[in-house]
Design a binder for this molecule. Structure first.
Ligand code: FPP
Length: 253
């Protein structure tokens, strides 16, 4: 593994910051927005912001491991992001490789399990092979479940799930009566995982962008104007602290 950086060597991390564990969200989903603007503000090309965004990814993964978060789902590339210029798409598609070259060994030693949610079949083959390798190498790990949403679209996910459920009904593997919310969830990419307790969106916009439409039905939302490359463990803790104050009623009183 080239450029191996010890997982917990970041000055800002482990030693200096503490966060009480009670009422930590089990599953946190993040829309990592503002990387392009971060670079443009500095007169640089947008991809420079995406590159900086990778450093934030590892810092937040470290924090999630430290705070015993069970599942962290990061929105890296949507089904709509193919509309971007080819050069930017190519750059983003190279990021998983950069990230895993630097950190896979440390992720493994920290018991992190990697998964991709999204349509992996239509990723460039080099991206697909790199992430598949990481998925296979970490499949027996039992620590943080780290989901990268890559070529992910919420409506497409629900549509695919519906088609698979119908196919199972047609094959008599499932009856129409059995198909309830819990059964349906098993056809989603997040099968077997609890729904996100908390959604964080950086970069100032306040919308879902087709992210986890089914799974976010009862999640708490937390927005910040901070652009993703500037998002830090300190900001992350702010979100967790505010989550602790929220009263989740799930439609009750
Ligand atoms: C949205 O910001 C962000 C992206 C499309 C992806 C950025 C990529 C990362 C943060 C790194 C992902 C890391 C791995 C390991 C896959 P934007 O480009 O829409 O920003 P803008 O709103 O400022 O234009």
């Amino acid at each position: 593994m080239s450029m191996k950086i010890p997982f917990f060597n970041n000055k800002q991390s482990v030693e200096s910051m503490h966060y009480p564990e009670e009422n930590t969200p089990e599953h946190i989903a993040i829309i990592m927005d503002g990387t392009g603007r971060w670079a443009e503000k500095r007169g640089m090309s947008r991809v420079y912001g995406h590159k900086e965004g990778v450093t934030t990814v590892i810092n937040i993964v470290k924090a999630a491991v430290k705070f015993n978060v069970k599942v962290l789902t990061l929105y890296a590339f949507s089904t709509e992001n193919w509309k971007r210029p080819n050069s930017e798409i190519e750059y983003i598609m190279g990021l998983p490789k950069k990230f895993l070259n630097m950190y896979l060994a440390d992720l493994i030693s920290n018991n992190v399990r990697i998964k991709v949610i999204g349509d992996m079949d239509h990723l460039p083959s080099s991206t697909r092979e790199t992430v598949q390798y990481a998925i296979d190498r970490t499949e027996n790990n039992e620590g943080l479940q780290l989901n990268f949403a890559l070529n992910y679209g919420g409506k497409q996910e629900i549509l695919n799930a519906m088609k698979e459920a119908i196919a199972d009904i047609n094959d008599a593997k499932l009856s129409l009566d059995q198909l309830d919310k819990q059964q349906f969830s098993r056809y989603l990419y997040t099968s077997g995982m609890t729904d996100p307790d908390l959604l964080i969106r950086t970069g100032g916009e306040k919308r879902l962008n087709n992210f986890l439409l089914w799974q976010l039905a009862y999640s708490e939302f937390w927005f910040t104007d901070v652009l993703w490359p500037d998002f830090s463990e300190r900001e992350f803790i702010k979100a967790l602290e505010e989550y602790k104050q929220r009263k989740r009623r799930f439609g009750g009183v």
